[in-house]
Design a protein around this ligand. Sequence first.
Ligand code: NHR
Ligand code: GAR
Length: 202
Amino acid sequence: MKAVILISGNGSNLQSIIDNTDRIDLQISCVISNNKNAFGLKRAESSKLRTAIIDPELYNSKDAFDRELISIIEQHEVELIVLAGYMRVLTPLFVSHYFGKILNIHPSLLPKFPGLNTHQRAIDASETAHGVSVHFVTEELDGGPIINQESVIIDNSDTEESLSMKVLKKEHVIYPKVIHWYTQGRLKLIDNFNATLDGKMI
Ligand code: NHR
Ligand code: GAR
């Protein structure tokens, strides 16, 4: 299955997907970044993948930016859009255009801690468990149906840095796994609140 991957930063999740493309039946048609300095672009180039950069400063609205994003994606006839550390909220225009075809990985046990700075917020809230969620993207930020989660324990000695490392290790396993479910046609988004795996509600 052909996919585009959207990134904004380091791209370690992109790397874990690249390293598993054969096993998960994925063909990465293009890696798109809103940040020209994203290290993930270098990773993509090292693997001979096509890349595109969309500079937000050249667009005067979020809709104009997302229209450009759509026009780039349309050149590739993809069936899946994978957000891998993509840091811009997608407009309703974009989300409705690709309804049921967008996956995101979020570094918390949703519905806890949607949005940003999840590791520090989990520590500040004295949580003992934390983790990662993969979900379908809908209009509501980090609010689409959760597909799969992995948890980690928060120790007293954990810092934002040490906790993010623990969670990233889980991310690099869970995301290729869920993407494989998708490429095998096992996952369907029904509506903004419901999805199925092998025909069963999740
Ligand atoms: N878009 C929609 N419509 N729905 C979701 O569930 C989305 C999404 C876009 C990205 C990833 C998400 C995460 O996993 C994601 C999920 C960016 C922000 C944010 O506030 C929040 C959550 C996520 C991504 N971004 C700021 C903005 O104004 C910019 C912050 C920055 O540049 O540092 O877009 O966490
Ligand atoms: C990951 O922890 C990912 O879950 C998170 O950013 C990191 C990106 O790392 N995503 C978000 O916070 C989305 N807003 P990576 O660039 O090394 O894959």
